[in-house]
Ligand binder design. Structure first.
Ligand SMILES: Nc1ncnc2c1ncn2[C@@H]1O[C@H](COP(=O)(O)OP(=O)(O)OP(=O)(O)O)[C@@H](O)[C@H]1O
Ligand SMILES: [Mg+2]
Length: 448
């Protein structure tokens, strides 16, 4: 595989001090010879002997020059070897860098200020399906889908102005690349900038995330399908409960009432001829029928209170709260203010079931003496809040377990585009708030 581009060459520092020192060398040698000759003359007390002065000066000049020449050679050779080490070092660095770039699992593309490609590593060749030979010198636009080209060029320019050395690209969205065969694919990329002499270079490191994006989409789709399945099952369950509750209430209830009337007829027919024992039996049967009718009503109401369908959400919630107080002896303070809202059957069912599960939880877990239940129409929709003064729960412990009540509440709220908030702490009660957009739970006005 050919070297897929050129890397910026490192600069070598020039030793300026040394060159100044070489220029001053002859003058220094002459001055040293002159001073040394004067010293010799002074020491020999032969001031006026010119021949001797010239001989001594010449000898010293030659000796000093020879010494300095030798020293200069030594310095030059050590400077040469230092420079060659620096060059070797930079060569080693460059080779190492190229090896990293070549073997990188990420595609690496370096572009100049005009967006021309100057480096294209083997992984880039593989990802884009294009050889480095073809890519180098071409514009980066070749690998960006047409509709993103202008925006991309702007981003790179802006990035150049910021002076930031590197950053992730397209943090909010998945970016797209364009293969040589025209296929678009999702990428994840980061960009960095460097200066090579006066020129600015941008290096983009990117990876093909087609598989990841596909897996994320599949996961998202599976989650949505599960949600739909769960919503569908809830609806089926609700329909079934409604049907059974109706049949229990109407059918069985009516038959028991008819049985009670039959007993009265038998009593009447027997008149005074019935023995004490028979009359007691008939009385007992009537009491048993009354108790059975009450049980049937309770079971039917637990399944789904008929008044939820017949009278609507608010009376059904009132009934639920009263029933809760009668069963468990825990007071429920109510604050219901929904104006003239008319709830849709699905909205009413969802809100009713949420209140029911929250109250069941109070009875099962809270050890409370008071519950406050409020349902109000606010700016963001309806806010339902059920709070108790009981023992509360550990946010991360108990709430994260394998239980389905709170999960069901979340699902119901989610189906209606709402949100759930839980405020609780050990020993500090438990407050569940559900906010649901008004239009999701209200009757839609019929368009005329
Ligand atoms: N009002 C409350 N006070 C104290 N703890 C509560 C309250 N409501 C819920 N919890 C805690 O949150 C946990 C989860 O509640 P959730 O309704 O999801 O499950 P569950 O009631 O245990 O079982 P189920 O699936 O039958 O509803 C409970 O086990 C309990 O520890
Ligand atoms: Mg529960």
């Amino acid at each position: 595989m050919p070297v897929s581009g050129k890397t910026p060459t490192p600069h070598t520092a020039v030793p300026h001090e040394r060159s100044n020192w070489s220029a001053a060398r002859p003058a220094l040698a002459a001055a040293a010879a002159f001073v040394a000759s004067l010293a010799v003359m002074l020491a020999a007390r032969r001031w006026l002997d010119p021949v001797l002065f010239i001989c001594v000066a010449a000898a010293l000049l030659v000796a000093t020059s020879a010494f300095m020449l030798l020293r200069a050679r030594r310095e030059a050779s050590s400077a040469r070897s230092e420079a060659s080490i620096a060059i070797n070092q930079s060569g080693v660095n460059e080779a190492r860098m190229m090896a990293i770039i070549r073997s990188s699992m990420e595609a690496i593309i370096t572009i100049d200020e005009h967006q021309r490609i100057v480096l294209f590593n083997p992984m880039a060749e593989q990802v884009f399906g294009c050889t480095a030979m073809d890519a180098i010198g071409a514009s980066l636009e070749r690998f960006i889908p047409q509709r993103f080209r202008a925006a991309h060029a702007r981003h790179v320019e802006q990035f150049g102005v910021t002076g930031v050395s590197d950053r992730q690209m397209g943090r909010q969205r998945v970016l797209s690349g364009l293969r040589a065969n025209g296929e678009e694919f999702p990428i994840e990329a980061s960009i960095s900038q460097t200066r090579d002499g006066g020129a600015r270079l941008y290096t983009v490191m990117l990876r093909d995330v087609t598989e990841r994006v596909r897996a994320e989409h599949a996961q998202q789709r599976a989650r949505e399908e599960l949600r739909e399945l769960s919503a569908n099952l809830q609806n089926i369950r609700e329909d079934e409960k409604t049907r059974i509750a109706r049949e229990l209430h109407d059918d069985l209830g009516q038959q028991l009432t008819a049985l009670k009337m039959d007993i009265s007829s038998v009593e009447e027919a027997l008149g005074g001829s019935a023995s004490e024992l028979v009359r007691d039996h008939l009385q007992g049967m009537r009491r048993l029928i009354d108790a059975t009718v009450a049980s049937v009503r309770r079971i039917a109401a637990d399944l789904r209170p008929v008044m939820l369908d017949d009278l609507g959400l608010i009376p059904a919630v009132e009934w639920l709260a009263n029933d809760f107080t009668n069963r468990y002896g825990i007071d429920v303070e109510r604050d219901i203010e929904t104006g003239d809202a008319r709830f849709s059957p699905a909205g009413a069912t969802a809100l009713f079931r949420i209140v029911q599960e929250a109250l069941t939880n109070v009875a099962r877990h809270a050890d409370a003496t008071l519950v406050t239940l409020s349902l109000r129409a606010g700016d963001e929709g309806f806010v339902l809040r059920i709070a108790d003064n009981g023992r509360g729960a550990h946010r991360n412990g108990e709430l994260a377990g394998k239980s389905f009540g709170l999960l069901g509440i979340r699902e119901r709220a989610h189906m209606l585009g709402g949100a759930v908030d839980i405020q609780t702490a050990q020993g500090n009660g438990f407050a569940l708030s559900v906010t649901i957009p008004a239009e999701a739970v209200q009757m839609q006005e019929l368009q005329s």
